[in-house]
Design a protein around this ligand. Sequence first.
Ligand SMILES: [Zn+2]
Length: 571
Amino acid sequence: MQAEVIYKISFPKPETHYVHVEIEIDKPAGTFADFIMPVWTPGSYKVREFSKNVEQFEGSAEGNILSTQKTNKYTWRVNFKKGIKKITVSYKVYSFEMGVRTSYIDQFQAFLHGVSIFMYAEGYASKPCKIVFAKPASWAKITVALPESAENTFTAENYDLLADSPFALGNHDLFDFKVAGINHRVAMLGEGNYDKTKIISDFTKIIEKEVSLFGDHPSPEYVIFIQNVEAGGGGLEHLNSQTSVIQRWAYSNEAKYKSFLGLIAHEYFHLWNVKRIRPIELGPFDYTKENYTKMLWQVEGITSYYDDLFLKRCEIYKEEEYLGLISTAINKLENLPGSKVQTLALSSFDAWIKLYIPDENSDNSTISYYHKGMLVAMLVDLEIIKRTNGVKKLDDVMRLLYTKYYKEQKRGFTEEEFANALENVAGSSFNDLLQSLVYSTSPIDFSKYLNYVGLELKNQPATKMPLGITTKFENGKTIVKSVELNRAASKAGLSANDEIIAINGYRVNGDLEEFSTRFTEGKNVEIIVSRMGKVISLNLRPEKDPTVNYKLTGIEKRSEDQKKLLEFWLK
Ligand SMILES: [Zn+2]
């Protein structure tokens, strides 16, 4: 492969958190080239302005400095003479944000997240790239899901693949295992109390189930980067790798470990769903601005549905545990005021300005396409199972999308084509159902779908009288974080950021629950708050907790059909 764009990466002073990047382009056309730093990272739909960390951009050719200028917030222009043989640009990137969507460098390690480090030159993004590292001598390893063509030298077919391939450098723990004939490499970034044997065994189970759904594995190799951190979470999918975060000592906590396995299953499923099976708008990417789609619920909701379902299929979650997770998700949606305000399609489209930048009113005005999307994916799955009497399920839709759009047509699909795929598998139209679940905020009759498989939701209403707020206790002050619309506190005029000083003449010290046990329904209480320094008195009428608290259980007399469909659904 003839490399036409060469990236030279070095770390002269890693303790200052800088990486030096040099990019060489052979025989550039014209008299200038524009170098662009992406503003966002595929997989996380928010403008992150990676160019804010770029410094000292310079251009040179044949030993001479070239003139450069910025043309907008993310573009650097280099000017040169026509017919020049080669140009080189260089810049530094400050990288001090540990996470799956950002880069981090210190004297011990570097984690380079492609779009936050590598610029591309306009017109050259489809060219092959060669990446050459000069690393500190004390760093023994470089790990990336790209071919190593020489020592510390890697190749990528094009910029998209380079941008989508994180690099880890340092002395991290590495171990390999094979599934479906594909080499899998785990890179443990940071220490943790993990058990390698257990991890390999659990990852293998999950991966085998996922591969068996699709029938083949499209990656040449696969790397699982695990950031073992003090606090935090999250993950990000890539074409042939994933980055997932776990609290470093959480491996010994059963519930946390299972939830981590769910994350691994989630990011792994993305190697098909979104990296290959994708909405038409999500590729090729425009790295310079928002890439809008109404189908993030398909990308993230379906993937969120499958992550725990695969853990159930592996028997990592037993049936009761799995149904418990579903009832928790149903309760959360049913109790969320935003579910009556924002549709799933709009939650997706507006991800750029809402989901990733939540504020105190988010629960009143928005939903998450992960959360409602996961439930909608489940309902769609149950509906297919019902309509085909336990012959087809969502698995068949995923396979159809993979074959038809990724393998045969090599493109993404439209909303209409997604609906057609459902119809194709189930034998009848899903338009009305999608209209209701995705494009409207109509209430969802969960019981109807769960009854197909002989399950029912039993409400266990709460007896307390909470105010309908969230609070934090800080420096001895009880501060309101958010106020839920149409609940007692909201009706009384309580507001986010209010400091609650006293209720009915008694000082509040963080624990509001204790106060609410003494409320009588309909009997007003006085709340003294400080708002922006002014003390005010509010009159609050306690109300019964209106939230639902469903438990999902089997109905007493489950029919043979329901039993058959339940088994088909969960297997
Ligand atoms: Zn995801």
